[in-house]
Design a protein around this ligand. Structure first.
Ligand SMILES: NC(=O)c1ccc[n+]([C@@H]2O[C@H](COP(=O)([O-])OP(=O)(O)OC[C@H]3O[C@@H](n4cnc5c(N)ncnc54)[C@H](OP(=O)(O)O)[C@@H]3O)[C@@H](O)[C@H]2O)c1
Length: 293
């Protein structure tokens, strides 16, 4: 397949680019800077220069495509408007392609809100974090678009080594006396390693029926305190017990979207395993942390 990748230099997207290339697909990456273009070329993708905030500038230059995976977002205050404008331009352009195009849209675990004891599934109602509420109508638009085969993947909290959602723990471990945990001792995160998530995107491109959504959670829930303690041990910092900070404190530091770090969530990845044959390999994040170089 020839696949246009939006966000192919990001935490999720760079793993997806590697996975798609490893499957033998032809990957075309959108790059908004020369640095991003160089990363994509180095990975083995071809590049189209352009910004998702100005789709009119590059949409006419698209080659014939079999699929699109969309994982681009800059988490700025206008991210909803940027994404809407992108869909306004991209969906008609894909509808005009000579063959039917598959489109994987990226949602997220934070659309499910606090979940309680029973894990959220693809059938659970959305209760989105306000900063990402705009995603719900956008993904409904992709799933319902008649002219394309729309599919949604909801990643759990994505980590890779000491990067992704683990990046903050690694930075705190290097720079502070204690690792900060947002919200409280009971907060749990669903987790997925970026390589496992990328394998799910590749499977969904090949096998998912139009209109289906899949939660990409390899681990249903792990208390964030356990993640913080694992980092404290691995980095050898004296105080293993984390420092609990408020959602307001992390929002002031990173933006309103970061309140999601305080959500207590349990998410099921069973549908992807059952229906797509997804077999995530990283099932013990604490062991992954212990093995960090
Ligand atoms: N990471 C998670 O744990 C997680 C979990 C659930 C859902 N999600 C969702 O997944 C999506 C991707 O997340 P991520 O963590 O992979 O983000 P990320 O690491 O920040 O990557 C974002 C990607 O989008 C690109 N991008 C941003 N603004 C762009 C623009 N205006 N034009 C073109 N490209 C642009 C970036 O390119 P540059 O190289 O140019 O910066 C980068 O490739 C987001 O929608 C996020 O909400 C993430």
């Amino acid at each position: 397949m020839r696949i246009l990748v939006l966000g192919g230099t990001g935490r999720i997207g760079s793993a997806v680019v590697r996975a798609l290339l490893a499957c033998g697909h032809d990957v075309v990456g959108l790059a908004r800077s020369e640095a991003s273009a160089a990363k994509l070329r180095q990975a083995g993708a071809t590049v189209i220069g352009g910004d998702i905030a100005a789709p009119e500038a590059w949409i006419e230059t698209l080659p014939h495509l079999d699929a699109v995976t969309h994982m681009a977002c800059d988490f700025a205050s206008d991210m909803a408007a940027v994404d809407r404008r992108l869909l306004d331009a991209l969906l008609p352009a894909l509808a005009a392609q000579p063959q039917r195009v598959r489109f994987i849209y990226t949602g997220g675990c934070w659309l499910f809100g606090e979940t309680g004891v029973a894990p959220a599934t693809e059938a659970s109602p959305f209760r989105p974090l306000p900063a990402f509420a705009w995603m719900v109508p956008h993904l409904a638009r992709v799933l319902g678009a008649a002219e394309i085969d729309g599919i949604v993947i909801h990643p759990a909290m994505v980590y890779a080594g000491a990067d992704g959602v683990f990046g903050r723990f690694a930075r705190d471990a290097s720079a502070r006396q204690a690792i900060r945990v947002v919200g409280g001792e009971a907060v749990r995160w669903p987790l997925v390693h970026s390589d496992d998530l990328a394998a799910l995107y590749a499977l969904a491109l090949e096998r998912a029926p139009k209109g289906e959504s899949y939660i990409g959670a390899a681990v249903e829930a792990l208390t964030v305190v356990r993640i913080a303690r694992a980092f404290a041990r691995r980095y050898g910092i004296a105080r293993e017990a984390p420092e609990i900070i408020s959602p307001g404190a992390i929002a002031a530091e990173l933006g309103e979207w970061a309140r999601g770090y305080a959500l207590d969530q349990r998410l099921s990845g069973d549908k992807a395993r059952r229906e797509l044959g997804w077999q995530p390999r990283h099932l013990d994040p604490e062991a992954d942390i212990a093995r960090l170089a």
